[in-house]
Write a protein that binds this ligand. Structure first.
Ligand code: G4P
Length: 524
């Protein structure tokens, strides 16, 4: 393998809002020395209430783009941390980002366990068999008993979880963590917010009786004995296969445990792996020929700059500035003239990039999400899946003379992946239902129709909250069709999709329509 590529770790943090993703990101950068003052990521947090990162771009172009991808080095490894948009800007982009990483950090608030958003994001990781490292956060606050927390996670995610360290106390009584491999106790000392951990005091657990008190030491010893006898053993192969998640405890805010997480990621997280094309060819990072794919396109709201930025993940070979590539979808060639890389806070022109790296390309409007770019051959990697929308709406055109512009705009923006379009059988292509994973996608759609297609439209919300692609025998589809209470629409490829206002009618259908299969991810 090309040496720089084997040292790359491309990962994302998956979590529920408020678990501490922004804080952890900031501390990872701080710890690695990529930033010297905490706060650069926080500026994003402050901007959270803006409609989106993306609209925020108008005002603060640099920050929102750079915080989509953060590249930093640690102990000889290059780490690429991809942002998974959360909160208000949660959207299909959040899921798509997971198609571009090789590992994930699952961040859990130890007082809350697995929350809804984490569960969904984890399902995407599982689908990709991504290795997932778990970080239990906020130990400086009270939380669930460690064994119970592990058990809950394991049950909720049907995942084997193996702790690498173990907490001693929590909240006000938080004393530190024991490294399970060598039974060394790292003593907790709250760092000033923004300070770099100056070094942690360690001592063998066996010698910590005086410090912990006999009772607490006995409790820890008991936990550890239980883990040894009843717990799963760590297996690197199982971690790489996404079947086992190593667990680290810490407190991002106080910097505790962040160094261990970073060391673990740098040493053990997955290096860039191979990808399969639609023709079932396997492309490996060490292959000579350059290839990459687009997983996200960020449009520029500034009307004077119609350009968009397409985020490309390098899969094989070496990317070089100014290189000519072929778009696999249509065989068109494209010169990649002004590629950008993302180093901590600054965006800079990139000359070369290796497998695992993310490059920002200026897109003159020819690229689409899922596109594969190769140096010599027209290839297409297996697609980035589409996820079932959870919000639905229709568009009401405010100027009837603009119908054509609306149709063109909608078609193009749907292609770009801004929203999903569903057609009602009785309406043909007219007045489709629109679906999104996050509400912000609708706002983006309306803004872009207005700015780019000069077409003012209003959104009419629809009551549906669930969509499922219909599979199974024709009789199952016929069962749904025979009933008036199951609205059926077609996706862009003409596949039937059933809509519902809650999961219940779908559960009823699954029980009563023999052979019915419902997919929450678009079948390939
Ligand atoms: P998010 O990006 O996942 O949404 O979470 P974020 O980092 O913004 O953290 C959410 C809240 O949790 C913040 O508090 C943050 O300070 C706090 N937090 C994160 N990590 C820890 C931790 O290890 N221990 C404790 N005790 N708190 C933690 P906030 O009050 O919403 O914001 P702020 O006033 O601290 O900025």
């Amino acid at each position: 393998m090309h040496p720089p590529s084997a040292q790359r770790r491309t990962f994302a943090i998956i979590s529920h809002p408020d678990a501490g993703k922004t804080t952890l990101t900031e501390k990872l950068l701080l710890y690695s020395g990529a930033i010297h003052l905490a706060g650069s990521v926080k500026s994003r947090r402050a901007a959270r209430h803006a409609v989106s990162d993306w609209m925020q771009m108008e005002q603060e172009r640099g920050i929102s783009i750079t915080s989509s991808v953060l590249q930093f080095e640690f102990r000889g490894s290059a780490l690429n941390l991809l942002d998974t948009p959360g909160h208000a800007d949660f959207s299909e982009d959040t899921y798509r980002t997971l198609a571009a990483v090789d590992s994930a950090v699952m961040l859990i608030d130890h007082a809350k366990g697995v929350e809804a958003r984490t569960l969904k994001l984890f399902e995407v990781c599982r689908m990709r068999k991504l290795p997932v490292v778990t970080f239990m956060n906020k130990l400086d606050r009270e939380g669930l008993a460690p064994l119970e927390l592990l058990d809950r996670i394991s049950q909720a995610l049907k995942l084997r979880v193996v702790p690498l360290n173990w907490p001693v106390g929590m909240g006000r009584n938080f004393l530190g963590t024991v490294n399970l491999a060598d039974r060394m106790l790292s003593l907790f000392k709250a760092e000033e917010h923004g300070a770099l951990a100056a070094g942690v005091t360690c001592l063998p657990l066996a010698e910590a009786g005086e410090l912990l008190g006999a009772e607490q030491l006995a409790q820890v010893e008991e936990d550890l004995a239980l883990l040894e006898t009843a717990g799963d053993a760590y297996s690197h192969a199982d971690f790489m296969a996404g079947e086992l998640s190593p667990v680290l405890w810490g407190s991002a805010m106080t910097n505790f445990g962040v160094g261990e997480l970073l060391q673990y990621l740098a040493a053990h997280a997955a290096p860039p792996g191979p990808r399969t094309t639609l023709q079932e060819e396997v492309v490996r990072p060490e292959d000579e020929e350059f290839s990459g794919f687009i997983f996200k396109i960020q449009a520029n709201m500034n009307l004077r700059h119609r350009d968009r930025i397409a985020f490309m993940r390098v899969v094989s070979g070496c990317f070089e500035r100014n290189m000519q590539v072929i778009i696999g979808r249509n065989g068109q060639s494209l010169r990649l003239a002004k590629p950008h890389s993302f180093m901590a806070q600054e965006r800079s022109i990139v000359e070369q990039a290796y497998p695992g790296d993310i490059v920002g390309l200026y897109d003159p409007g020819v690229l689409r999400i899922g596109d594969t770019l190769c140096a010599h051959v027209a290839r297409q990697f297996a697609g980035i899946p589409r996820f079932a929308p959870e919000f639905f709406a229709q568009l009401q055109l405010l100027d009837p003379l603009k119908r054509k512009a609306l149709e063109t705009g909608l078609a193009q923006l749907a292609h770009e992946g801004v929203i999903q379009v569903f057609y009602r059988p009785e309406m043909g292509r007219q007045d489709p239902y629109l679906g999104a994973v996050g509400l912000l996608q609708f706002e983006v759609l309306v803004q872009r129709l207005k700015n780019e297609y000069r077409c003012a439209a209003r959104l009419l919300t629809l009551p549906f909250r669930v969509a499922r692609w219909v599979g199974g025998p024709d009789t199952a589809l016929a069962w749904l069709q025979s009933r008036r209470d199951y609205p059926l629409v077609h996706d862009r490829n003409g596949r039937p999709v059933v809509l519902a206002e809650s999961p219940w009618p779908l559960q009823y259908a699954l029980k009563n329509a023999p052979g019915l299969v419902l997919h929450d991810i678009e079948p390939l």
